[in-house]
Design a protein around this ligand. Structure first.
Ligand SMILES: [Fe+2]
Length: 237
């Protein structure tokens, strides 16, 4: 795709200089406690790999349409919407809709850790993993610029090469720490192939008032809120 095609592909905000960007959430969480979960989660993911029955990650809003809709990466849902809820991706922060799955009982220490994250309520909780050296092609999570999802992306080790991407300039920004919150709509994101087992965890919900306080939520393109906040923090990741 050429830069001109990208410009006409709904990427108006991408030229604002805000992208690629993310906000590190490391200062708000117990990073050491997260790192200590590495072996625990790895062991349980290896059991899941042996069972080979987890659902595939679906990559709907891809930058390059020729990249796969199902890149082969797998998911474990620690929460799901209550029975009878029609599927709507935008519900992932409607905290009243979500309840723990059976899989959550396999990952109790992770769930305990998640409960200590700075959220006042929780929505979707998801593990995404791969042991086949697969990439997750650059994508957006949805296309609604007036929707800002409050979430923490996190990892217990540094093996998953995860990036945000400005589709106009092609510039990538790799996440350097253990956590991130980023604009999933006006910029793209994805991961390169890693070695061995790679995984990350995404938790959605509503941040605590303490966290929300300094966040510049009140704007038209609210999906850009994490990018605005990153810029306000002096471009500091
Ligand atoms: Fe995504």
């Amino acid at each position: 795709m050429t830069a001109a095609e990208r410009q006409t592909n709904g990427q108006g905000e991408a030229g604002t200089g805000l992208y690629p960007s993310y906000v590190s959430m490391d200062e708000f969480i117990d990073v050491e406690g997260l790192r200590e979960l590495d072996g625990y989660i790895t062991q349980r993911l290896n059991d899941h790999i042996d069972r080979n029955s987890d659902p595939l990650f679906l990559n709907q809003h891809r930058l390059e349409k020729g990249t796969p809709y199902q890149p082969g990466v797998r998911e474990i849902w620690l929460t799901r919407t209550v029975a009878g809820t029609p599927y709507n991706y935008l519900d992932l922060d409607k905290t009243e809709l979500w309840e723990f799955t059976e899989a959550a009982s396999e990952f109790t220490l992770l769930v305990d850790f998640i409960k200590r994250l700075p959220f006042s309520a929780f929505g979707r909780m998801l593990l995404i993993y791969d042991d086949g050296g697969r990439t997750v092609p650059a994508h957006r999570d949805h296309e609604e610029t007036d929707v800002c999802h409050e979430f923490v992306w996190m990892r217990t080790n540094m093996r998953k090469p995860f990036y945000t991407l400005n589709p106009v300039t092609g510039e990538k920004k790799y996440i350097e720490g253990h956590t991130a919150w980023f604009d999933t709509v006006n910029q793209y994101h994805g991961s390169d192939a890693g070695e061995g087992l790679t995984f990350s965890i995404r938790v959605d919900g509503r941040f605590t008032d303490e966290i929300r306080g300094p966040i510049p939520f009140d704007r038209a393109n609210s999906a850009a809120t994490p990018a605005i906040w990153a810029a306000e923090r002096g471009g500091r990741a």
